[in-house]
Write a protein that binds this ligand. Sequence first.
Ligand SMILES: [Zn+2]
Length: 114
Amino acid sequence: MVFLDQVRDACAFPFVVTSDARTIAEELAQPVHAIPPESGLHVFDPAQNLWCRAVDLRWLADPTERDTLVAAVYRVRGQRPTELELVPFTANAHTHLGLFRTADHPARLEFSAS
Ligand SMILES: [Zn+2]
């Protein structure tokens, strides 16, 4: 994912990817999943020409690194709509970073407890 590499280069600290491409069945098995499942940015299904557009990164414990990540996402994305979700409070703490499949989709910043 070129976008992820660009954000990683802008941050200059390592990312730990905890989740990336999922089949539709794997998406459905998630405790919280996209509805419909094929709309999830993690989903890849070559038969439907769907490609993974998101990763989950291990939660950054350092608030300065989190700030750097968010700033890098907004700087690197240009006009591309991103989905940035901060999930800080559970054993599944992570940052979800995705690029929407269509350029006219509104960008989203979300906070989630799960
Ligand atoms: Zn995710």
